[in-house]
Design a protein around this ligand. Structure first.
Ligand SMILES: CC(C)(COP(=O)(O)OP(=O)(O)OC[C@H]1O[C@@H](n2cnc3c(N)ncnc32)[C@H](O)[C@@H]1OP(=O)(O)O)[C@@H](O)C(=O)NCCC(=O)NCCS
Length: 168
């Protein structure tokens, strides 16, 4: 039987594992439009910017970080303060085990507790898994930007999905 999975707030010690999971997708996938691996220095700075209202969480199984998620400020202009953008990344060897669902469920619940109104997911149009995951949790497609990314020699569309909460 698989070891139990714990979803918890991330700590600084988790950042190398978070970065390793993410950098696989930087190099091999269009799910992020970043093209050069994230440095640990930038990852630490990113973590410092995520306070109580913008949590970073991890999925831990048998002492190993197997996925992570975050709520980030959507826009720096103040009237956007109750809108967040979510990220979910599961280790590429651990897909289809329910980890993405556990992380997204937890992020939605934390967004509710924080009083956020809207969660936005900006998803590359080729990422059927991510679109399906968000749809499963009630996110609706609200827009598509055509050919705003260029990676691996091709133009990429971004689909925006949104979940509205009962935020203040
Ligand atoms: C998207 C991602 C987080 C899904 O994580 P996961 O742990 O595999 O997801 P789960 O096992 O919880 O599956 C949840 C749902 O996602 C959908 N899904 C997952 N993988 C899928 C695939 N390859 N094709 C179609 N749908 C898929 C299904 O609807 C699934 O529900 P079901 O199992 O009840 O059918 C994972 O594929 C990933 O890390 N991808 C790369 C990073 C990424 O795209 N992140 C999103 C950017 S915000």
């Amino acid at each position: 039987m698989d070891a139990a999975v714990t979803i918890r707030r991330a700590r600084e010690a988790d950042l190398p594992a978070i970065n390793d999971i993410y950098n696989h997708y930087v190099l091999h996938s269009t799910c992020t439009y970043q093209e050069e691996p994230e440095t640990i220095e930038n990852r630490c700075a990113w973590f410092q910017q995520h306070g109580e209202l913008h949590p970073v969480i991890v999925a831990e199984q048998a002492g190993e970080i197997v996925g992570w998620g975050s709520l980030s400020a959507y826009h720096r202009r103040s009237a956007y303060r109750r809108t967040v953008e979510n990220s979910v990344y599961v280790h590429h060897h651990r897909h289809r085990c329910g980890l993405g669902s556990m992380l997204l469920r937890d992020l939605i619940s934390r967004a509710r507790e924080a009083g956020h109104r809207a969660i936005i997911a900006g998803i590359d149009g080729e990422q059927a898994a991510s679109v399906a995951l968000h749809a499963k949790f009630g996110f609706e497609t609200v827009g598509q930007l055509k050919q705003v990314g260029f990676k691996f020699g091709r133009w990429l569309d971004v689909i925006y999905m949104e979940l509205l909460l009962d935020g203040r």
